[in-house]
Design a protein around this ligand. Structure first.
Ligand code: WTA
Length: 655
């Protein structure tokens, strides 16, 4: 938990109002309409959520209770109901004109394109679902996905949902070791992967990492590996274990009845970094998650029938789950999936996709926007992006200058920018402008969505006055909230519900961000207050990186902190003490960076490693991260250092 008080220095006075034309046709087209919805939720939350769940989802069986909060923090939503996410995303669009509407546009990095109508996507998902059943996968069996950004990733997710097999998507940039840990923790029965994917003009292999993860029977729960052919690079196939997707899936029937799932059946497990210990398997369940992904997508992007929505996230992250796949498809929208990234050979890659596919809603991360700013407006200015009407950002705080640039250069000074605050744990967006209603201020995610009781509090849960910093917490459960940590309910309680303890015994959800609220009630997120680093919008636990460093034979002890980074938001600085007889030179530094890349993945490699004889510790042996953070940022160490056990350590670290 935080050592320092939370202070905000950002002053920002600009306000932008929704375009009149957008407001006139928007679902929620004024602040009055927003307030009316929020008031409905406030006056009777259960009636509110019950109404929305009935109106927006298909139910095989209606639910008979809305919320059971009798055993907090474990919530049960829509008890007694039965639904299926793939039916909500596919089948229910097949009765009318949407059947032949484009559901998914996929753009491969080399420029190949694939399109699926709702009817075609439904057939593809049914075939894949039948293939999974043929492999003995049934309700409750966990399927891990370790995939490049190809349509089969979305198809596999939907196929799992169709037969009630929870999926666990592991980001394709993670290492074999990270994959193995997740396969073991989740007890995965099947891994779906590909030979490789195209990344920065190269074919990058994926399958070898799966082979390494499974080597020596390390993850014995895994019975089969299903491999999509993408790059056509050489790919070893283990007899009896590995199967080609096209050989197994293509011949299946395109008819596959969906499993009527109970509302609280597990839908997916997605691993995310916390402040302590190994990654947490965040568990989301069927009905509540579906409702939240559906509603938030509809509200925040004010989706229209002819929109083309593109979210640039990877499906390995929650943003990809909720806003490439489930939110858009549940709403019958057209969603774009792009395999590539801007790269030296194609700095305008994103803008080309927007121009080519006439994208109208574009959702990306501040780290990407800052990189675009750096290479100048000459690049985007070469493309026609007149189809855009709404821009979104997610993943980390956006600095006002990047926000202004985004609005101005990408949005032609006419598209509203929705800065959306949320987390893996929240399932969908929690705080965000509504493009037809909310006046925006650069750098603020503005106001909580209807039904979301977000607040800025102190450690006793007392609301903080305007402009005072505090902890960003949520006072009431909501349908899309995570239900537990896979296999560790106690960790769920400890990680999210115990930091803030109101005197009246009520329960507040807190997942690690500091923020303030201004006099208009607008939220300004300042970043993490725990030991989590946000590198380019990716959450990394300092603890995981430290464990990776310490697993190297040369390292005795390691402490990892973030430091501000102009492009990535935060960079990683590691302070390392070595085993006797080892000396910290450039070669070892390179070796350690490679080692962390191997253990977790390239995104976790420290930018800087500093060797020293000791780390600054309190007399009780706790590493003083506040000091390390100041040192890493090149700042003077201020504040109290009297608890430091050995002050000479400071001089050594200062270099
Ligand atoms: C940060 C990504 C400021 C925050 C959806 C949060 C943000 C963490 C914003 C969750 C935003 C996300 N403004 N900070 N608009 N969006 N964050 O689980 O620190 O990968 O706790 O979910 O990202 O990261 P996660």
């Amino acid at each position: 938990m935080p050592e320092a008080t939370i202070e905000s220095v950002l002053q920002e006075g600009r306000v932008f109002h929704p375009p009149a034309e957008l407001a006139a046709s928007a679902r929620i087209g004024s602040m009055e309409a927003y307030r009316a919805l929020a008031a409905e939720a406030e006056s009777d939350p259960e009636a509110f959520w019950g109404r929305l769940a009935r109106e927006h989802l298909h139910w095989f069986e209606p639910f008979d209770t809305v919320l059971d909060w009798s055993q907090p923090p474990f919530a049960t939503w829509f008890g007694g109901g039965r639904t299926n996410l793939s039916v909500n995303c596919l089948d229910r669009h097949l009765d009318g004109p949407r059947a032949d509407k484009t559901a998914l546009i996929w753009e491969g990095e080399p420029g190949d394109t694939r399109r699926f109508t709702y009817r075609e996507l439904h057939a593809a998902v049914c075939r894949a679902a039948n293939a999974l059943r043929a492999l003995g996968i049934g309700k409750g069996d966990l399927v891990a996905l370790y995939m490049p950004m190809v349509p089969e990733a979305a198809i596999a997710m939907l196929a799992c949902a169709r037969i009630g097999a929870p999926h666990s998507v592991v980001f394709g940039g993670f290492s074999a070791e990270a994959l193995r840990d997740r396969l073991i923790d989740g007890q995965a029965k099947l891994v779906i992967t590909a030979d490789g994917g195209f990344r920065k003009d190269k074919a990058v292999a994926l399958k070898p990492a799966v082979d390494a993860a499974l080597a020596d029977g390390a993850a014995p729960s895994v019975e089969h590996v299903l491999v999509v052919r993408r790059t056509e690079q050489d790919c070893a196939m283990a007899e009896g274990r590995d199967l080609w997707w096209h050989e197994l899936v293509d011949g299946q029937s395109a008819d596959c009845p969906a499993e009527p799932m109970e509302s609280e059946d597990r839908l997916f497990v997605l691993y995310t970094s916390g402040s302590t210990g190994k990654p947490k398997g965040v568990v989301h369940t069927t009905a509540g998650y579906n409702l939240w992904a559906h509603l938030t997508f509809q509200w925040i992007f004010d989706i229209r029938e002819d929109d083309v929505h593109w979210c640039t996230a990877d499906v390995g992250w929650i943003t990809g789950h909720s806003y490439i796949v489930y939110g858009p498809l549940s709403n019958g929208a057209t969603t774009v999936m792009y395999e590539g990234a801007p790269r030296p050979s194609k700095p305008g890659a994103f803008w080309e996709v927007i121009q080519k596919h006439r994208v109208s809603i574009f959702y990306t991360a501040p780290t990407a926007i800052r990189a675009f700013m750096k290479s100048g407006r000459e690049v985007p200015d070469q493309y026609d992006m007149g189809t855009l009407r709404i821009l979104g950002t997610v993943g980390e705080p956006i600095n006002p200058e990047a926000w202004m640039w985004y609005r101005d250069v990408i949005g032609g000074d006419r598209c509203p920018v929705v800065d959306t605050w949320w987390q893996t744990e929240t399932g969908g967006v929690m705080i965000s402008p509504l493009p037809g209603a909310t006046p925006t201020k650069p750098g603020s995610c503005t106001l909580p969505l209807p039904g979301i009781a977000a607040d800025i509090v102190d450690l006793e849960g007392r609301s903080q006055p305007a402009d005072a910093g505090g902890y960003l917490a949520v006072r009431r459960p909501w349908p899309g909230m995570m239900r537990t940590v896979h296999g560790d309910p106690e960790r769920f309680r400890k990680s999210y519900w115990e930091h803030i303890r109101p005197a009246d015994g009520s329960w507040l959800y807190f997942a690690g961000d500091g923020a303030r609220r201004d006099a208009d009630g607008y939220f300004w997120v300042m970043g993490r207050v725990d030991d989590v680093i946000n590198v380019s919008g990716h959450r990394l636990g300092t603890m995981e990186i430290e464990s990776a460093l310490v697993s190297h034979p040369a390292v005795a002890e390691a402490a990892v902190v973030g430091r501000p980074d102009e492009l990535k938001g935060e960079g990683i600085v590691a302070f390392v003490t070595l085993e006797a007889g080892r000396s910290g030179d450039d070669a070892l530094m390179a070796e350690l960076r490679g080692h962390v890349g191997q253990e977790i993945g390239p995104i976790a490699r420290p930018d800087v490693i500093r060797f020293s004889d000791a780390l600054p510790k309190t007399r009780s042996g706790k590493i003083m991260r506040r000091i390390l953070r100041a040192l890493a940022a090149g700042e003077e160490v201020s504040g109290d250092t009297s608890t430091l056990e050995d002050r000479s350590v400071l001089d050594q670290l200062r270099v």
